[in-house]
Each structure stands twice: as structure tokens, then as C-alpha cells.
Design a protein around this ligand. Structure first.
Ligand code: GCW
Length: 683
């Protein structure tokens, strides 16, 4: 294992300088195991760069000054020196991925029971930098991830899809894994990606798109060596590979006449497939399945339930310790817009809640955080509260499909943090984060690609970093995560940049919300690619994403009293809060209610005036973001190329925000005939 070095690629949150504090000290690494070797290699590489001394010797990575300034050790390692022994004794068990950190008698110590913990401990030291070696003692701190599985899903295709391209909803260039139908020859970048992810706390990656097309299906058969090759790059950083599979694989790949989950031959086919995969990749994570969703095959074709469907895959994976991530994103995408009784928001709960308790132990039901589809504002999905006897994972979207497509700055951690803290059963009950960490963990769709900045928009790196950190600890403060990310990403310059980065990023999700679709209504985007405004773009389509705006009012009546009854899928108190026009939070009003334009919000303004005000304000906020960024020009705080790229994207964000403002305001002015109370220009 060698630490990957890339040229021409931005180092994101692991620039060489981030290893200065470790690399300039004598570090002792003790323990056995592949991930301990990774730690050793990291330390050796850091020392080679910053310490001048040679690594080597049994303990690896030491050299230079007398006496270790830092000990990273497995708690059971041979020859554990004081004070590591004392710290290990005081810390007690750290678990499979946890570690304890302390500083005593001039030595900084990380101890862990298992190699993965040591790796995460190393990255903690990287985050602390010199602070980890401050003269004063540091009491023992124990750290362990909240969720056992912290996963990224890639929507990467092997063969370029005629409509969706190499990466579905990818805004950062091509796939890190494949190019034009072939596995990339040089996978160094995959290893560098794994390293970044491990530093953020991620430990699982699904490598291919949940929409499984013909070429990608073959990852289970003649392209299995590609899975093995990618897994080999992820492994040194503690990340397991998972693969998205098509439910019809027994037919498509196996030539069977059916994929009926209750058919014996089908069950055997899946068991054989799993055996094959594990023979090639012993630490394989499992399968991800999008079934009966947006055209993907599923158990409905055979009159079977999704529990039956998931079960056949679960049974195949169980002997190997693998899991099935079964997605709950099931709805009718061929709806008739004239039919007011079908409500897409209801679909996941209607399909899955009755199956609570029927899924096998190793099935994780992967639920999108909202009932619709990653809109900038949605309530929390009621499925999260409706299935206490099922392991649930909550799925977030780091790739900015509906939040500016990595052309707009939109720091998503505040949104995620808000929804993870939401308590579906009221203040006394558990939070969304509690459900996820006690169940299947957190999953997100990755925003990374082969772009030189990894994420298209350089500032979108913060979203990837923040997702990992929140999956590790959902209680972290988004602004503190931003500081961490900035300190690592801009070594030596973070103090000068912090104010600007907070001013631009902290509120950027709310800014985005202001200039796009108002009050939780969603989907006023251009159909297909989903970038830019189109107020009625989805209004008369089969996708079930309507806002029902007319000359009198706007919004979707999802009440039990007069609407689709969706509010009834929530437990109390939210079922009552959302049902009530008076109590429903403003930001979700149009998600739950159809109201006249003159309806007065809890905040005091009318719906129509709120639409105008927020759209004007949103654009002004973008102008302020731009002005702030422009001031950095020539400051020496950011690399000029980085600065230029962000500046260029901010110009596009401004253009796009103005387009949103003008289309949304004009549309509602024309529909309602109500002028702006402040007489601003509406076209
Ligand atoms: O948000 C929608 C996207 C699809 C995606 C789907 C899903 C992978 O527009 O591109 O398909 O969600 O989550 O399955």
C-alpha cells in the first residue's frame, strides 16, 4: 500500500500541509493489520515530506528526534509503551471503529481496539494539527461513529447513458471508476478518493448507479473483476464496496424464464451470484436495489411484495455477512395529472409501512429523507416513523441535483442537520438521526467525479466532507464542520478566509431556497435535467409533482380533511400540526395546503408578498456572496485558479438566481394579478 499522489488534482481536505504536525514528529505506530499498515504508510509519507527522517524499523515511521512525540497503537499491541498503556487502560473498549485520544507527559496518544479505529484516530490528529501537540496534557477523549455504516452511493454508469451520461445527476465530470464503457486503467484516483472519504468518516461505497442498465448488470458476472479492482483501491482506507443490482438479473444474466423471488431456481441463482462475488471480494458489502421504481424491474411483476423481493437477495448474502440496501423510492411515475387522488408523497409509506417487521435481518430499507425527491425543502419522510420493526437508512443527496447542480453554492449541512434533528414523535421522542444510527445508518448520493476539484464547484467539496462528518456524528454543528473543512483545505489561510466562507456558505441553502420554489412547493425546475426555473414544467406531466397554482391560489392539499390524507401518515403531534393551516410551519405551507394568494403566513406576510420578497432577497444575497468572494481576489489567501473558478460559478449563480426570481415572480404576478406591495420591477 502506498499513499496515493496525484498531480493536477486539487487535494481537497488532505493537502500535504495537513500532515505537517504529524510529519515533523517522531511517531510510533504499533499493531498488526492492513489498516495499521495504512496508518504506517501515511505516517511515513508525512515524515518523508515534513520530517526529513527516514521511516523504518519494526514500529515503522519513526526516526528523527529522540523519544516518540506521538504513539498510534492498537491497545493489544506488543510492547505498548507508557503512556499509551495508561491511556488504553483508562479509555476502556473503543469498539470496532472507535479510538481514544490523549496527550500525556509530552506524548500524544491514539489507541484503538481495532485497526479501523487507529486509521480514524490518525485523521483526527490531522484535523487537530499542531493543537494535538500543544504542551499541555489533554484528557482522554473517546470517539466512535454514531452509525455503523456511513455510505456513499455512486450513480455512475459504465457505458455512457444516452440521456444521463457517464454519471447520472453527476455535476463533476466523469466517473472516478469508469470511462466510455471501460474500467479506468489507472485507479490511483480511486484510492485518493477513498483516502478523502476515510478522513471524513465514510466506510462504504456503492460503486454503480441504482438504475442498472445492461452493461452494469454484468458487474455480477463477467465484469466482476472490475468490482474486485475497485474494492482493492477502497480497502486500504477501510471502505467496503457495494454493488447496485437489477432485480431481473436472473432473467437478464442467468437466462431464467422468471425473476419471481419465490421461485427456487431464482433463489439459487442469487445464492450462486453472491457466492461468486464473495469469492472475488471477501469483504464485499452487499447489494443496493431500486425495484419497481422509475422503470426498474421489481417483485410487483410477479405479484410479490417488496419484502419477498428483498428476502431472496438477503438470503443469498446472509451466509457471507452482506446486506441488502432496498430502496423505498417506489411511486407511480406514470400518473395522470387529472387524477387528484393519487399523491406521490404518500407512495413510500403506502407501499412499505404495511411490510414493517417482514424484512430479513440483513435488509436495510433505504428511505429518501423526504417523501418526494430531494427537493430543497420537504418535510421528513413519514416512513422514518412508520416502521419501528425495520432497519432504516436515511438517504441524502450530496450531488446537487435540485440544489444548483454544483454551479450554485449551496452548503447542505444545515439542511441535513435540521432534518436529522427532527423528532417525528415530538420533543420527547427519538430523532431522525436516532432512527438511522440505531438502524441502517446514513447513505448519500456522492457528488464526486473526475473533475480536477472533485466536485465541479470547489466549495461543493464541503458538502461531501460534511456528509461524512454528520454520518459519524449527526450532532455536529454545520458551522463547526465548515471550520474544520476550511482549516484542512486552506492550510495557513483559513484564519483569513473563515469570515468570507461563513458569510458565503452558512446561509447558502436558505438563499437557494429563497430564489427558487417557495414555501415547500418544489419541482418548479426544467423537466429532465432539472436545472433552472420552469414553474409549470412538471405541472401536466406523469411524474406526480404538481403545485396546482391558478389565479386564486397555490399549493397541494395533503390534509385529511379535504386533501390526499398524507398528513395522516405522520404520528402526533406532526399529523395535527401539518393538518392545521394555522400551525403548519410557513416553509412547508404549500407542501401541505392549497391556499389563496392573500393567505397570511405565521410570519405575517401574505403568500404572494412572501414569494416576491424572498425572490428579491435571494438574488440580493447572491450578489452579496459574489462581492464578498471578489474581495479575495489578489489577497493571496486562495490559489488564483481556485478563486477564478468560484468567481465564474458565482456569476452563473447570479444569472440563474435572477432568472429564477423573474420567472417565479412574473408567473405569480400574472396568475394572481396582485402587484408587489413595494412596487419593484416584475416583468
Ligand atoms: O431524483 C431522482 C433522479 C433520478 C434518480 C432517482 C432515484 C437514479 O432524478 O435520476 O435515479 O431520483 O433516486 O432513483
Amino acid at each position: 500500500m502506498t499513499v496515493p499522489q496525484l498531480t493536477g488534482v486539487h487535494p481537497a481536505w488532505l493537502p500535504p500541509e495537513a500532515f505537517q504536525a504529524i510529519g515533523s514528529r517522531r511517531v510510533l505506530v504499533l499493531g498488526e493489520g492492513a489498516l495499521v499498515d495504512t496508518v504506517r504508510e501515511e505516517v511515513a509519507a508525512a515524515r518523508a515530506r515534513h520530517g526529513g527522517g527516514q521511516g523504518g524499523g519494526q514500529a515503522g515511521g519513526q526516526g528523527g528526534r529522540e523519544g516518540a512525540g506521538c504513539v498510534l497503537a492498537l491497545s493489544g499491541a506488543d510492547g505498548l509503551p507508557e503512556p499509551a498503556r495508561a491511556v488504553a487502560a483508562e479509555a476502556g473498549p473503543t469498539g470496532a471503529e472507535g479510538y481514544a485520544l490523549a496527550r500525556r507527559d509530552g506524548v500524544t496518544v491514539v489507541v484503538a481496539d481495532a485497526p479501523a479505529g487507529l486509521l480514524y484516530g490518525l485523521f483526527h490528529l490531522v484535523r487537530l494539527g499542531e493543537a494535538a501537540f500543544a504542551p499541555a496534557d489533554r484528557p482522554v477523549e473517546r470517539h466512535a461513529p454514531a452509525a455503523a455504516r456511513r455510505m456513499l452511493d455512486h450513480w455512475d454508469n459504465i457505458a455512457v447513458h444516452p440521456v444521463m451520461g457517464q454519471v447520472e445527476r453527476g455535476y463533476a465530470g466523469g466517473s472516478l471508476f469508469w470511462r466510455d464503457g471501460e474500467l479506468r486503467e489507472d485507479l490511483t484516483r480511486v484510492r485518493a478518493y477513498a483516502r478523502l472519504l476515510a478522513a471524513a468518516g465514510i466506510n462504504a461505497v456503492a460503486i454503480n448507479n441504482v438504475n442498472v442498465h445492461a452493461t452494469e448488470a454484468r458487474l455480477l458476472t463477467d465484469r466482476l473483476d472490475e468490482v474486485a479492482a475497485i474494492a482493492a483501491e477502497l480497502r486500504p482506507y477501510g471502505i467496503r464496496a457495494h454493488v447496485s443490482v437489477g432485480f431481473a438479473s436472473p432473467v437478464v444474466l442467468g437466462g431464467l424464464p422468471t425473476a419471481d423471488p419465490l421461485d427456487e431456481e431464482v433463489r439459487r441463482w442469487w445464492a450462486d451470484a453472491a457466492d461468486r462475488v464473495y469469492a472475488a471480494v471477501q469483504d464485499f458489502g452487499g447489494f443496493v436495489v431500486k425495484a419497481d421504481s422509475e422503470g426498474q424491474p421489481g417483485p410487483f411483476a410477479y405479484g410479490r411484495s417488496h419484502a419477498d423481493g428483498a428476502d431472496v437477495l438477503a438470503a443469498a448474502l446472509a451466509p457471507h455477512g452482506g446486506v441488502v440496501h432496498w430502496r423505498a423510492f417506489v411511486y407511480d411515475h406514470r400518473q395522470d395529472w387529472r387524477d387528484r387522488s393519487t399523491d406521490r408523497a404518500r407512495a413510500a409509506c403506502d407501499h412499505f409501512a404495511p411490510l414493517d417487521g417482514r424484512f430479513a435481518e440483513n435488509v436495510i430499507l433505504q428511505v429518501k429523507h423526504g417523501p418526494m425527491d430531494f427537493q430543497p425543502r420537504e418535510p421528513v419522510s413519514p416512513v422514518i416513523a412508520a416502521m419501528p420493526a425495520t432497519k432504516l437508512a436515511v438517504e441524502l443527496q450530496v450531488t446537487q441535483e435540485y440544489t444548483g447542480q454544483q454551479r450554485h453554492v449551496c452548503y447542505l449541512a444545515p439542511m441535513w442537520s435540521e432534518l436529522l434533528a427532527f423528532r417525528p414523535w415530538g420533543e420527547e421522542g427519538r430523532s431522525v438521526a436516532d432512527v438511522a444510527v440505531g438502524g441502517g445508518g446514513l447513505v448519500a448520493v456522492s457528488n464526486a467525479g473526475d473533475d480536477p476539484y472533485w466536485t465541479g464547484h470547489p466549495l461543493a467539496q464541503a458538502n461531501l466532507y460534511a456528509f461524512g462528518r454528520l454520518a459519524w456524528d449527526p450532532r455536529l454543528d454545520p458551522a463547526a464542520i465548515l471550520d474544520e473543512w476550511a482549516d484542512l483545505t486552506f492550510p495557513g489561510a483559513a484564519d483569513g478566509l473563515r469570515g468570507t466562507l461563513h458569510a458565503i456558505m452558512d446561509g447558502s441553502w436558505r438563499t437557494y431556497e429563497r430564489y427558487t420554489a417557495p414555501l415547500g412547493v418544489g419541482f418548479m425546475v426544467r423537466p429532465g435535467h432539472h436545472y433552472g426555473p420552469d414553474v409549470d414544467g412538471y405541472e401536466y406531466t406523469p411524474w406526480g409533482t404538481y403545485h396546482f397554482a391558478d389565479r386564486d391560489g397555490v399549493g397541494v392539499d395533503r390534509t385529511r380533511a379535504t386533501g390526499t390524507g398524507f398528513t395522516g401518515q405522520y404520528p402526533r403531534p406532526w399529523s395535527d400540526v401539518y393538518e392545521s393551516l394555522e400551525r403548519c410551519p410557513d416553509e412547508l405551507l404549500l407542501f401541505f395546503h392549497h391556499v389563496p394568494y392573500g393567505h397570511v403566513l405565521r410570519g405575517g406576510s401574505t403568500v404572494i408578498q412572501h414569494i416576491y420578497d424572498t425572490h428579491f432577497a435571494g438574488v440580493e444575497e447572491v450578489s452579496a456572496m459574489r462581492a464578498r468572494w471578489d474581495k479575495l481576489d489578489g489577497s493571496g489567501l486562495v490559489d488564483p485558479a481556485y478563486h477564478a473558478r468560484v468567481a465564474e460559478l458565482l456569476a452563473e449563480q447570479q444569472r440563474s438566481a435572477e432568472e429564477w426570481r423573474d420567472q417565479v415572480n412574473t408567473n405569480f404576478f400574472r396568475k394572481s394579478g396582485v402587484p408587489d406591495a413595494r412596487g419593484r420591477r416584475i416583468h
